[in-house]
Design a protein around this ligand. Sequence first.
Ligand code: PRX
Length: 681
Amino acid sequence: MASGDMTSSKENAIFPPGEAVHKAAYVSSMEQYHKMYKESVTDPEAFWMKIAKDFYFKEQHSGKFFDYNFNINKGPIYVKCMENASTNICYNCLDRHVKNGQGDVTAFYWEGNDPMDCTNITYKKLLDEVCKFSNVLKSLGVKKGDRVAIYMPMIIELVIAMLACARIGAIHSIVFAGFSAESLSSRILDAECDILLTADGVYRGSKLIHLKQIADEAINLCKDKHKVSTCITVRHLTDNSFSDDVSDRPGKRPCSKVQVPWNSGVDKWWHILMEGASTECEPEWLKSEEPLFILYTSGSTGKPKGILHHVTGYMLYAATTHKYTFDYHAGDIYFCTADIGWITGHTYITYGPLLNGATSVLFEGIPLFPDPSRYWSIVDKYQVSKFYTAPTAVRSLMKFGDDPVKKYKRSSLQVLGTVGEPINPEAWMWYHKVIGNSNCTIVDTFWQTETGGHVLTPLPGCTPTKPGSATFPFFGIVPAVLSENGEEVEGPGDGYLVFKQPWPGMMRTIYGDQKRFEGTYFKRFPGYYVPGDGCYRDDDGYYWITGRIDDMINVSGHLLSTAEVESVLIEHPSVAEAAVVGKPHSIKGEALYCFVTLVDGIEFTPELVKELKERVRHSIGPFCTPDYVQYAPGLPKTRSGKIMRRVLRNVARGNHDIGDVSTMADQSVVDVLFTNRPEQD
Ligand code: PRX
């Protein structure tokens, strides 16, 4: 269990909200926050029904706002919210605003990887394109409840595709376009998707990624178990289907750069299907508790979990968290740097902002291309006022010093958000002082794929912040800190973070595996949702996330299970056994550190290390390439044979103070591991 001792010195530093955001904020005092919070948790129905009034429901809600069971001893776990109402989230994202006369408002400024490559799209145009693609999907036989896999880069067509699925009631399952063919295929198989949407390719920085080739490989890997009937490809690197006028995208690269393999039985071009499709498409009205999307996240057993979100609760929560956490007002320009392939992109690029009628920047590229000032050039170009990124991005930019930042003014900025992992106070301070000119509020937002939206976060107009703390619960969230034996810790103290009652945006189940859902989140402490993080609550009631309580590793804000990486390593014929732990890393937060025991007679060589790293990279995706592979003639185990990861973490860190090892079967293996450590940074 992580401990709270890390917080004592930091607790003293408190930063008031930034002036600019405070002045016009929806919530501008802690008094007001407490009042709203109190209502949200004591009378959720009154609180959320006021919010629901802003949305369009085809059938109105009657009866209880929430119906739920959090106690596994009392029967199956379930959460239902406004169960008998019906709505459509795409309608609420687009039609509602167009009908209110906001059709000409820009929904997205799209900024390509190449700084010369940009365009924008209004709400009206987006609605037309979404209707067209909805009709395309319908013409291919896609109907309510069908799963559609999406493996696309950060282009407007990705937003169009997900909204079109939502419009016709199909369930989208977006797979981050940095995942390997193997990872993509296992996700297609798990959800039995018949349709896959992709693009010809994409540039990330100067690197060309052949998405269509990877998509083909994935289809091929699934073919014996499940047939993907149609693969639709966006011709991204050549032409653009929503604008005939190519002059607005001057950085367009010639088509000769990408070779697109083609299988005429399966493959269809997006732009050809869209030709002549109608811009009229009546939305499918879904009951509140019908599914909206599946998004896979790592699970500690190694098999990814298909987190399932339903329509209405997610809609209310995405909109409300986006509005209050960023204090979003009409006229703001909002920029979230995440990829839509992760939950941050789902909730805070597509759904939350569009539900609030926001104008956002949709960025295809990476922070260091063409140079480390790229984000700030975008901030000045579009006059971004609300900015949201990850600690790993802040740390990678910090390395280049202040000059790339100071080339730009950034005077439009008011709120700076962070998400994905605990932000270290040094990075927080740099974000605040250098990026934010000490004028902005930093919102450190703690949440998960499973929670749908922020659960612990400051509100930028009122919350005094402390570097490294996600501060207080969002509306509707009732956190508690539990001790090892499940007792609630009163006042300051550390333990397991849990939530005591449901909120609208929480996951409903794991797709196709209710048992795993209950086992993962509700079994350890019956009556509570257990997110899997340790936390500390200080004297002022601030929450500090202290890290995962399971065998998950957070690499650059991406959660990975050690079991998933170990199983890839063990598949190598030379590897007899493998154990993976996290090692602190100055930019990524944690790096993968792998210990491998080899089959008798096999030599540990630099070539083997390279091969093993490549294997993990190829099987899971480039973002989780191991930093270290160490030879382990033996692994430290308990007498019952359980690998002692705590000891391995110490070896990885070079920390000889390994604590109590009385349960270890053979203590001599530890000395050998310390002598075998590979060269470290
Ligand atoms: O461990 C916590 C960490 O990321 C986990 C959720 O990962 P994922 O589902 O991939 O979603 C990431 C984006 C929401 C959490 O269980 N985490 C996320 N945000 C924070 C964080 N840890 C500390 N502080 C945060 N702000």
